[in-house]
Design a binder for this molecule. Structure first.
Ligand code: KG4
Ligand code: ZN
Length: 347
């Protein structure tokens, strides 16, 4: 079965062609166009600007990359939420129009579910020639960490999710973006903080590990953000000191990674999943990847961390989630019934 995936929930316009057989997937095409440079001048993503850029990008991209008559495409999977409403609407309306004109089944996909399914996408054979392809086993536990979400979710089967904890305030990626702004770094903050943290002393500042004492799976990242702000205010004379800034970045990153890892490990011990899946844009963070792999492999049989290109927003993960949903025709939706839902959630 061959699925066209479409993603436009934030500032990446993405399309992909993924074929599936049984539990195995092959990515035939995954194209992503980032709007980061446009939004950098505003310090964050402006929804209406994002929508305009998606609209300008998506048809030329489809025409360049795909059989535009829809030949050989068995279903269209599109991110229908959560995300920025005007941005989501572009992908959703394009998918509806294509489904209607090709007569192809249409599958709405939750963006967060897409992030989880990034772990079903095959790794590059060139980079991992000796790794057999493998896929997660159920029950699986997933830590979803993105710009808008931080949640721990049990996945009992394809499409069957149970949220066991989430953030009470900021998402982990949001905390990275806000602290980056305080340090004068450009949007998106995550990769820039990670870069600045290299060579910094991660024990220089003891930033709070929110909710770490609580033995449930709630997160909170607003306290650490405020603590970084006060530290910067107290040290105004050092704001041009590269070593000081790099120590702040390293200590902040360490605190966030500590909380995410410890809560995940506690959840593994309590729920005893067969696989652990790291998902979402923050999964591109090397410190987090390394810690989760190291600690997780001591506790569960398999830890899945998607390749970098499938950690951040892309459409291959949406097509992957769509493929598993397409195996049950109950998940198809008529084009007229599909609306973008900016507040949609995985459960
Ligand atoms: O999943 P994603 O691409 O978009 C959303 O669904 O939100 O995640 C974007 C988030 C941003 O907050 C960005 O700063 C963060 O992921 N991010 C990172 C890294 N790369 C992206 N955070 C920490 N370290 C990174 N290397
Ligand atoms: Zn995302």
């Amino acid at each position: 079965m061959r699925i066209l995936g479409i993603e436009s929930s934030c500032d990446e316009t993405a399309i992909a062609l993924v074929t599936g057989k049984g539990d195995w997937l092959k990515v035939e095409n995954s194209t992503v166009l980032s709007q980061i440079q446009t939004h950098q001048q505003y310090g964050g993503v402006v929804p209406e600007v994002a929508a305009r850029e998606h609209l300008a990008a998506i048809f030329p991209m489809l025409e360049r990359e795909l059989p535009f008559d829809g030949q050989g495409i068995d279903a269209i999977a599109v991110t229908s939420g959560p995300g920025l409403a005007p941005a989501l609407r572009v992908g959703v309306e394009v998918a509806k129009a294509l489904a209607w004109s090709w007569g192809a089944p249409l599958i709405p996909v939750c963006h967060m579910e897409g992030h989880v399914y990034a772990s079903w996408l095959p790794r590059s054979k060139r980079l991992f020639p000796f790794f057999p392809q493998r896929v997660p086993k159920f029950p699986a536990l997933s830590l979803i960490v993105s710009g808008g979400h931080t949640e721990l979710v049990m996945m009992h089967d394809h499409g069957k999710f149970e949220r066991i904890g989430e953030t009470l305030d900021d998402a982990a990626g949001e905390a990275f973006d806000k602290v980056a702004k305080m340090l004068g770094l450009q949007y998106p903050g995550g990769p820039n903080i990670a870069r600045l943290a290299v060579g910094g002393n991660k024990t220089a500042f003891d930033f709070p590990r929110g909710m770490i004492e609580r033995d449930d799976f709630t997160f909170s990242f607003s306290g650490i953000k405020t603590s970084v702000l006060y530290t910067l205010r107290k040290n105004e004379d050092k704001l041009d000191d590269a070593k000081f800034k790099s120590d702040i970045a390293a200590s902040f990153q360490e605190a966030v990674v500590d909380v995410l890892t410890q809560k995940s490990m506690r959840a593994i011990e309590q729920y005893k999943p067969k696989s652990f899946i790291l998902a979402g844009g923050v999964a591109a963070n090397i410190e987090l990847r390394n810690r989760i792999i190291k600690e997780g492999e001591r506790r569960v049989t398999r830890v899945f961390v998607p390749p970098f290109s499938y950690s951040v927003d892309n459409a291959a993960m949406i097509a992957a989630a769509g493929y598993f949903r397409a195996r049950n025709p109950k998940n198809f939706i008529e084009p007229v019934d599909l609306v973008a839902d900016s507040n949609m959630d995985i459960v």
